[in-house]
Design a protein around this ligand. Structure first.
Ligand SMILES: [Zn+2]
Length: 241
């Protein structure tokens, strides 16, 4: 399938009244890309909320903003392109982690936002277009099958689990750093230490080591540490109480 099969109405052609010049770009409604109006019934497709099939999440996971950009005729080079939200002389639109972000005008979003912008569509119609153009097979005009719903439920569970793990990681880093600082300031205070301070000094290098690992790229090491979350939290609480 040709990447540039579809024309880009108004997107990559500054001066057609859609992108405007730099002055008019200030007048662009920010809600264009910052707010999505996605009626709940559209997301749920008539199913009960607990079984909701999130078409938007499925769609933007399936198609990255960069893939949509290329499919719809925007030239991208090394993850950058001319922004379609303002009159962009040098490529300011960066694609990363499936999304786009313009360093110049602040426009940001996913493949759905970009498609809606390019073709002047509502979000649900942008999903419809992406579904057609990328053969996603999303249950748009039918109820999701039991298999699709089961898959969706599993995906949500996994997403919840990831969110919880991330919240734990961030909170543990904060506590480890706070406990480390107790030790650090005790060391330079030049006065006798309290019980908590003595404990913090004793564990300082370990606190720093765990914090650095949790903040680093090694996911396996992070999981090992998070498996001991309870013990480490207890130690932090003893130092910080
Ligand atoms: Zn821009």
């Amino acid at each position: 399938m040709s990447v540039n099969q579809k024309a880009v109405p108004g997107a990559a052609t500054p001066g057609n009244g859609q992108t405007g010049n730099e002055q008019s770009s200030h007048l662009l409604p920010r809600m264009d890309y910052n707010t999505r109006h996605r009626p709940r019934q559209e997301q749920n497709m008539g199913r009960s909320p607990s079984l909701a099939f999130n078409l938007f999440a499925r769609c933007h996971e399936a198609v990255s903003a960069e893939e949509a950009a290329r499919r719809y005729g925007i030239d991208t080079e090394r993850g950058m392109a001319h922004c379609v939200y303002h009159d962009d002389r040098h490529p300011s639109m960066a694609f990363r982690n499936g999304r786009f972000n313009c360093w110049a005008c602040g426009a940001h979003g996913d493949s759905i936002d970009l498609t809606a912008k390019l073709f002047h569509l509502t979000p649900i119609d942008a999903v419809r277009k992406l579904n057609d153009d990328f053969d996603l097979g999303l249950p748009l005009d039918r109820s999701p099958s039991d298999e699709e719903l089961a898959h969706e439920a599993l995906r949500r569970l996994e997403a919840d689990h990831r969110r919880q793990a991330e919240a734990m990681r961030v909170s543990l880093i904060r506590n480890l750093n706070a406990a480390y600082r107790v030790g650090h300031f005790a060391l330079i205070s030049g006065r006798p230490w309290t019980g908590q301070e003595a404990l913090a000094v004793k564990w300082m290098s370990a606190l720093e080591y765990w914090s650095n690992l949790l903040d680093g790229p090694d996911k396996t090491a992070q999981k090992d540490i998070l498996d001991h979350m309870e013990e480490l939290s207890k130690l932090c609480i003893k130092i910080l109480k």
